[in-house]
Design a protein around this ligand. Structure first.
Ligand SMILES: [Ca+2]
Ligand SMILES: [Ca+2]
Ligand SMILES: [Ca+2]
Ligand SMILES: [Ca+2]
Length: 183
């Protein structure tokens, strides 16, 4: 493995949050739990069209992950598969990152963009962390760093930059390291 300690800690921290049922593997049900949390935040309830459309849109994040990271084909993503998934972007052409992670990054905004301004303000970012079972109190510390231009919201271009730092950076000073809470 070519990951640094910092990179590994970031991925492992998100894995623990994402693994909602704490069975040490990620599966579709972990993802739908997070999507359900977002539905509650947004006030979407079954069997409405908005509820189903939202689920259909958000499940793509899991389907990409399963397709690319589930190396042994058991429909789950284990801790090693999760680390290898991120490490694979280090060695792949840049287009792979853009197509897989970059293309889906905007969905993080769509998940909890309650005021529809295509960005996340502090309250929305707190909701985002809560959907992922990450203590929302961290938002108070990290949001000012994540809001790169200090205008009170994480815009989509800022999020793209932060996500790239979260995936690749080994610089302890990179604000994107804190995108999914402490690590
Ligand atoms: Ca799990
Ligand atoms: Ca697997
Ligand atoms: Ca917003
Ligand atoms: Ca901003």
């Amino acid at each position: 493995m070519g990951l640094t300690d910092l990179q590994r800690r970031k991925y492992e921290a998100l894995f623990r949050a994402y693994d909602v049922d704490e069975n040490q593997v990620l599966e579709r049900s972990d993802h739908t739990d997070i999507v359900e949390n977002a539905c509650k935040v947004r006030g979407y309830h079954p069997p409405t069209r908005e509820y189903h459309d939202f689920h259909a849109k958000m499940i793509g994040i899991w389907e990409d992950l399963e397709a690319l990271a589930d190396a042994d084909g058991d429909f789950t993503v284990g801790p090693d598969e999760w680390l290898e998934f991120y490490e694979s972007f280090y060695h792949a052409p840049r287009e792979k990152y853009d197509q897989v992670i970059g293309a889906r990054t905007g969905l993080m905004i769509d998940m909890v963009d309650l005021d529809g301004d295509n960005g996340l303000n502090l309250a929305e970012y707190r909701q985002f962390l809560e959907c992922y079972h990450i203590d929302p109190q961290h938002a108070d510390i990290s949001f000012p760093k994540l809001d790169l231009n200090g205008d009170g919201r994480i815009s989509k271009p800022e999020l793209l930059q932060l996500m790239e730092q979260w995936v690749f950076s080994d610089d302890p000073g990179a604000p994107g390291n804190y995108l999914f809470g402490p690590y």
